[in-house]
Design a protein around this ligand. Structure first.
Ligand code: AMP
Length: 209
């Protein structure tokens, strides 16, 4: 299975893609995670993209396509993968189509108000990357990860100004991909507004699992 999870920031792509990838033993390839790791490790790529990411802008296509190409060339991605956050532009989608025949693009649909509430309350474990929410999924102990005891932080791009920018970028640069993939018969729409377990069940149904 070669899947793409598509949708605006805060739609739940990371949560649902991560669970599906773990359950089906497929690599979960999140460009956002790959970039955050590069920033944390102070690699040349990380240094180059820090300001863009913090502000909510997209990383240039040339850099992004290269990162994904290298990741999908690894052995574990031969039999399939679950992409999350890629592609985000038409040139990225064109580049992907040259190397991979996608099985399906799952389009998670969530309204703006819910997205803003989810993103502004999100907290992420700096050690294992698990996502919490101060209201919808609070940790047992404030700012401590239930799973690994790591510290929970707010992502730098989850501030009000960056969230607004990311939603704007999504509408102008990423949303046109819905028609791009619909024309290819690859889109499956899924309501992403219910709690994660319900969204996950709907995704499994769409996939016939
Ligand atoms: P995410 O974790 O998917 O919300 O991505 C966080 C940030 O990483 C985005 O706001 C962009 O700055 C960058 N990013 C992630 N994926 C891409 C992509 N496919 N193209 C360009 N920038 C990306």
């Amino acid at each position: 299975m070669k899947l793409v999870f598509f949708g605006p920031p805060g739609a739940g792509k990371g949560t649902i893609a991560g669970k599906l990838a773990a359950d089906r033993a497929l690599p979960h390839v999140s460009t956002g995670e790959l970039f955050r790791t590069a920033i944390k490790d102070h690699t040349p790529l990380g240094i180059q993209i820090t300001d863009m990411m913090d502000s909510g802008a997209l990383v240039p296509d040339s850099l992004t396509v290269e990162v994904v190409r290298k990741r999908l060339e690894q052995d574990d991605a031969r039999g399939g993968f679950v992409l999350d956050g890629f592609p985000r532009t038409i040139p990225q989608a064109d580049a992907l189509s040259r190397t991979s025949d996608l099985s399906l693009v799952l389009n998670l649909i969530v309204g703006d108000e819910t997205l803003i509430a989810r993103l502004s309350g999100r907290r992420v474990c700096v050690s294992c990357g698990f996502n919490y929410h101060i209201k919808f999924l609070p940790p047992k102990k404030t700012d401590v990860c239930d799973r690994c005891q790591g510290t929970l932080m707010q992502r730098k791009d989850d501030t009000e100004v960056s969230i607004r920018r990311r939603l704007d970028v999504y509408q102008t640069q990423t949303e046109p991909l819905i028609e791009y993939y619909r024309d290819k018969g690859l889109i499956a729409d899924v309501d992403g507004s219910p709690p994660p377990d319900d969204v996950y069940a709907a995704v499994l149904e769409v996939l016939g699992i």
